[in-house]
Design a protein around this ligand. Structure first.
Ligand SMILES: Cc1ncc(COP(=O)(O)O)c(C=O)c1O
Ligand SMILES: N[C@@H](CCOP(=O)(O)O)C(=O)O
Length: 470
């Protein structure tokens, strides 16, 4: 199994190299050369297995024999043993044909743990086998950072630097990043938005000299390892609801497009998915794109679902690559136009292809608060604001016979102010969070300046210090 870049100019790599590479050297994102196929019988065989066993069997074909099956099996078992719920990703019925897929039972109370707990183990395994180190630089709008820090803290072969937009994450999210004392962890508050943080990460990857000097790796969903781990819960949820004999639809609160793209991958490998619904808050570039065919950034508006306050939706490039018939040159040109003029127009045929697989809707701030109240009243279910964006968009979707699974991407206690303002209930953090809100914080504030951040990283990276990176 080889992986190719969406921009067509980077070398094809195997799974382990892709894990460490993060972004391809031509600025593109890696995708498998072809999609492994699971038959209806293969899916039926997964029904009733534990989550970690299902994860192992689903991920194995993507690894292409580069990691021993027994090691992958052990890493899946370890990763999902960190979850507080035995099912890892349980389904909760909240309506006749509506189900919430709870993805927040991991250590940092957001869906990012599902992939990050496995990714950290996979990267550690590959680095140990190669006797080298990596320097991870990631961008977060709030949840990726905490999940990555938790998963990589104390790991000998990695230093991790997380850029978060100063003043734009919730207090719980910030503390999950800033109260970790391990010396390999560096939280950086950037004077800018998440899009600025993500642009800096991409600029560092595209500076090949810096990238090689620090042995740069990524943990954002630009890293294929994130996507492959996220496709698992689409499969386990669908199997619980009667797949492969029955089709299932999913509504996915969306920002960087990694989660919903994992749903698309689940479909490509053979899972019978009826509809993938993209749900955004007022930062609605994806909704506008599906409506008009024009992918065009506008200013980021702060909302009650801050982790989705994103305009440049990284993984849309992977879908674009698929939709234009895997034409890397065309993707490269469209992304150049995005960089130069802030937008591009999708070719008509690509737009049609995307519309046959996805629909999209937005929820305003009022609609998000209203559905939180209504869901609590009708079903006794308390949703976080990101999940609520999905619930609102799903409630407006055309009725269908397929069950609708709405992904719940964060625990409500990560956003207590917004939940309390909408419902009057202030959710408490689970006991596993311990004294998070009392611990001392440690972080550095830096300007929105790639050069300053590169210098900060380089000065603290042990890969540079010890020169063991290749
Ligand atoms: C709580 C929460 N929900 C939804 C999303 C959107 O997920 P994605 O970026 O994979 O589209 C994010 C982060 O992006 C998030 O942190
Ligand atoms: N919402 C995310 C943004 C980064 O997304 P990623 O999936 O590409 O890591 C966050 O919480 O940081």
């Amino acid at each position: 199994m080889k992986y190719v870049s969406t921009r067509g100019q980077a070398p094809a790599l195997g799974f382990c190299d892709v894990l460490l590479a993060g972004l391809a050297r031509d600025g593109g994102l890696y995708v498998p050369e072809s999609w492994p196929q699971f038959s209806a019988e293969d899916f039926a065989d997964l029904a009733g297995l534990s989550y970690d066993e299902a994860a192992y069997r689903l991920i194995l074909p993507f690894v292409g024999g580069e990691i021993a099956a027994s090691d992958l099996r052990a890493m899946c078992a370890e990763a999902y043993a960190t979850f507080r719920h035995e099912a890892v990703a349980p389904l909760v019925q909240i309506g006749p044909n509506g189900f919430v897929l709870e993805l927040f039972h991991g250590p940092t109370l957001a869906f990012k743990d599902v992939a990050m707990q496995l990714l950290a183990r996979l990267m550690d395994h590959v680095l140990a086998a190669r006797g080298r180190r990596a320097t991870i630089v990631g961008a977060t709008s709030g949840d990726t950072g905490g999940a990555a820090i938790e998963a990589f803290r104390g790991r000998a072969a990695t230093d991790i630097f997380i850029l978060f937009p100063k003043g734009r994450v919730s207090p719980v999210q910030q503390r999950q990043m800033t109260t970790v004392a391990d010396p390999n962890v560096h939280a950086i508050a950037v004077e800018g938005t998440f899009d600025d943080c993500q642009a800096i990460v991409k600029a560092l990857f595209n500076d090949h000299s810096f990238r090689d000097r620090v042995a740069l790796s990524g943990i954002n969903s630009i890293n294929w390892g994130r996507i492959v781990a996220q496709l698992v819960y689409y499969v386990t949820a669908a199997l619980s609801l009667g797949a492969p004999a029955r089709k299932v639809s999913f509504t996915v609160p969306t920002g960087n497009f990694g989660d919903v793209f994992a749903g698309y991958v689940a479909k490509r490998i053979g899972l019978p998915i009826e509809r993938l619904v993209i749900a955004t808050n007022t930062n609605d570039i994806l909704v506008r794109t599906l409506e008009s065919g024009r992918y065009e950034t506008s200013g980021v508006v702060p909302t009650a679902s801050p982790s989705m306050d994103i305009q440049v939706s990284s993984n849309f490039e992977r879908l674009l690559f698929e939709a234009v018939g895997r034409d890397g040159t065309l993707v490269r040109n469209l992304m150049a136009s995005l960089a130069q003029s802030g937008g591009f127009t999708l070719p008509e045929a690509a737009l049609e292809r995307i519309r046959t697989e996805f629909s999209a809707g937005r929820a305003s701030e009022d609609e998000t608060a209203a559905i939180m109240r209504a869901t609590l009243e009708r079903s006794g279910y308390l949703a976080d604001p990101h999940t609520a964006v999905g619930l609102s968009v799903a409630s407006a979707a055309a009725p269908s016979r397929a069950p609708m699974v709405m992904l719940s991407t964060a625990h409500p206690a990560k956003f207590p102010d917004a939940v309390e303002a909408a419902t009057g209930i202030r959710p408490a953090l689970p006991a596993s969070a311990g004294d998070l809100m009392q611990r001392a914080e440690r972080f550095t504030v830096l300007a929105n300046d790639a050069a300053a951040i590169a210098a900060f990283v380089e000065a603290r990276s042990r890969a540079v210090e010890e020169k063991i990176y290749s």
